[in-house]
Design a protein around this ligand. Structure first.
Ligand SMILES: *Cc1c(COP(=O)(O)O)cnc(C)c1O
Length: 394
C-alpha cells in the first residue's frame, strides 16, 4: 500500500529543483542591529524591528513583571478565563495611538486579518484586493468565500473600474490593502481609496503592519502620515514589528470592534494573548508615544542611506541594481536575476552584512531587500554602502 503522505516527496523535490525550498537559520543572542546568525555576527538589515524595541530592557522588564503577576499563559479565551486588565489597557492604548474609538487584540497580525475578513464578508460579497497584498489578506479573502478580484498594485483607476463593473452585483464590498507594501516599501494611495469607498459604499481594511510606530508624526502609521486619521475604515496591525512583541490588533469604530468581539471566530475561539507579550506591547506603545526621537533617527537613517545608495548606484551601474521608489524604511534594489541576488546576498554575508534576497514568486522581480532600524549607526550604514558598492563595481 502506498503511504497517503507520499505525494509530499515529489512536491518537496519540485521546490528544491526550482530553488524555492525554504530552511531556517539560527539566530543567537538578543534582537538588535547586530545579530549572531549561525555563529557569525552580522549587521542586521533584515528585521522588522524598526525602532529597535525587541531588545529594549523596558519591554523585557514589563514582560517579566507580567509573568510574575499573572504567570505565563492566559489559560483560556478572552470570553472565558483568558481576559486580564492588561489586555484592555493595551487595547485602549492602541485606540489612543490610532485615534479610533476602540481596538481589539488578537494572537497575531495574520490571525487578525484572517478573522476580520471572515467576519466582515461572506459568499454574497465582494473583495477588491491590491495585487501586492500580504498573504494574510489573500488567505482571509479565500476563506471568506467572497468573490475576490485583484486590482493592479496601487492603481486607483483600476480599482474604480472594478468597483464600477462589480459592486452592484454584491451585497457588501470590502477593499483590502497593505498601507506599506512589505516587499517594495511603497505606500497605498489611501486618500483616493477612501474616496472611492465612500462613493461605492465599500468598507476598507488597511493593514498597518509596517506603518505602526514608523510613519506619522505620532507614530500612528501611514493612515496618519497620509492625513486619513478619523476617516471610516478598519485598521489592522501587528504587535510584532516596530512594537517588538507578538500579537495583532484591529482598531476602528465602537461598532466594528463590538461586532468583531461577537463575530470573529479567530478572536472568540482562541486563547488570549500571553501576559508577557501583552505587557511588552503596552510598554512599546508608550515608548512610541513618548520617544519621537526614535522615529526621527530611523528616518534620518533612511534619508541618509537613500542619498548614498543613489550616488553609489549612479551612471551605468544603475543597470545592475536599481532602487525601487520607497516611502518607508524598506529599501529594495532590483537585480538582474534570481541567481544574481542570491549570490549578492551571500557575498554581503561574507562581509558581515545581513541583507535578504527576495525572488519570484514572492515578488515579480528579484531584489535585495534592506530594512533600516533606529538603532543602526553611521558605521553600520557605511559598511552597507561599501559592501553594495563592491558588488556593482565587480
Ligand atoms: C507581518 C505581516 C503580517 C502578519 O503579522 P504577524 O503579527 O507577524 O502575524 C500581516 N500583514 C503584513 C503586511 C505583514 O507584513
Amino acid at each position: 500500500m502506498p503511504s497517503p503522505y507520499h505525494w509530499m516527496h515529489p512536491s518537496l523535490a519540485a521546490l528544491q529543483r526550482a530553488h524555492r525550498y525554504r530552511t531556517v537559520s539560527s539566530v543567537t543572542g538578543k534582537a538588535g542591529a547586530v545579530m549572531v546568525r549561525d555563529g557569525q555576527p552580522l549587521i542586521n538589515f533584515a528585521s522588522n524591528d524598526y525602532l529597535g524595541l525587541a531588545g529594549d530592557p523596558r519591554l523585557a522588564a514589563a514582560a517579566i513583571e507580567a509573568i510574575d503577576t499573572y504567570g505565563t499563559g492566559s489559560t483560556g479565551s478572552r470570553l472565558l478565563s483568558g481576559h486580564r486588565d492588561l489586555h484592555r489597557e493595551l487595547e485602549l492604548a492602541l485606540a489612543d495611538l490610532k485615534r479610533t474609538e476602540d481596538a481589539l487584540v488578537f494572537s497575531s497580525g495574520y490571525l487578525a486579518n484572517l478573522s476580520t475578513i471572515i467576519a466582515l464578508v461572506g459568499p454574497a460579497d465582494l473583495i477588491l484586493s491590491d495585487a501586492y497584498n500580504h498573504s494574510s489578506l489573500r488567505t482571509g479573502a479565500k476563506a471568506s468565500g467572497a468573490t475576490t478580484y485583484d486590482y493592479r498594485h496601487g492603481d486607483v483607476d483600476h480599482l474604480e473600474q472594478c468597483l464600477a463593473a462589480h459592486r452592484a452585483q454584491h451585497r457588501r464590498c470590502l477593499i483590502t490593502t497593505d498601507s506599506v507594501f512589505s516587499m517594495d516599501g511603497d505606500l497605498c494611495p489611501l486618500p483616493q481609496i477612501l474616496d472611492l469607498a465612500e462613493t461605492y459604499e465599500a468598507m476598507v481594511l488597511v493593514d498597518e503592519a509596517h506603518g505602526t510606530g514608523v510613519l506619522g508624526h505620532r507614530g500612528a502609521g501611514a493612515v496618519e502620515h497620509l492625513g486619513c486619521l478619523g476617516r471610516p475604515m478598519v485598521t489592522v496591525g501587528t504587535l510584532s514589528k516596530a512594537l517588538g512583541s507578538l500579537g495583532g490588533y484591529v482598531a476602528g469604530s465602537q461598532t466594528v470592534i463590538d461586532f468583531l468581539r461577537n463575530r470573529a471566530p479567530g478572536w472568540i475561539y482562541t486563547t488570549g494573548l500571553s501576559p508577557a507579550d501583552t505587557a511588552a506591547a503596552l510598554a512599546a506603545v508608550r515608548i512610541v508615544a513618548t520617544e519621537p526621537q526614535r522615529r526621527q533617527t530611523l528616518w534620518h537613517n533612511v534619508d541618509n542611506l537613500k542619498r548614498r545608495l543613489d550616488a553609489t548606484l549612479d551612471d551605468e551601474r544603475k543597470l545592475t541594481l536599481q532602487r525601487l521608489p520607497s516611502e518607508s524604511p524598506i529599501l529594495c534594489l532590483v537585480g538582474n536575476s534570481a541567481s544574481w541576488v542570491i549570490t549578492a546576498s551571500q557575498t554581503l554575508q561574507e562581509m558581515g552584512l545581513w541583507v535578504s534576497a527576495v525572488r519570484p514568486p514572492t515578488v515579480p522581480t528579484s531584489r535585495l531587500r534592506i530594512t533600516l532600524m533606529a538603532t543602526h549607526t553611521q558605521a553600520h550604514l557605511d559598511q552597507l554602502v561599501a559592501g553594495l558598492a563592491s558588488l556593482v563595481s565587480e
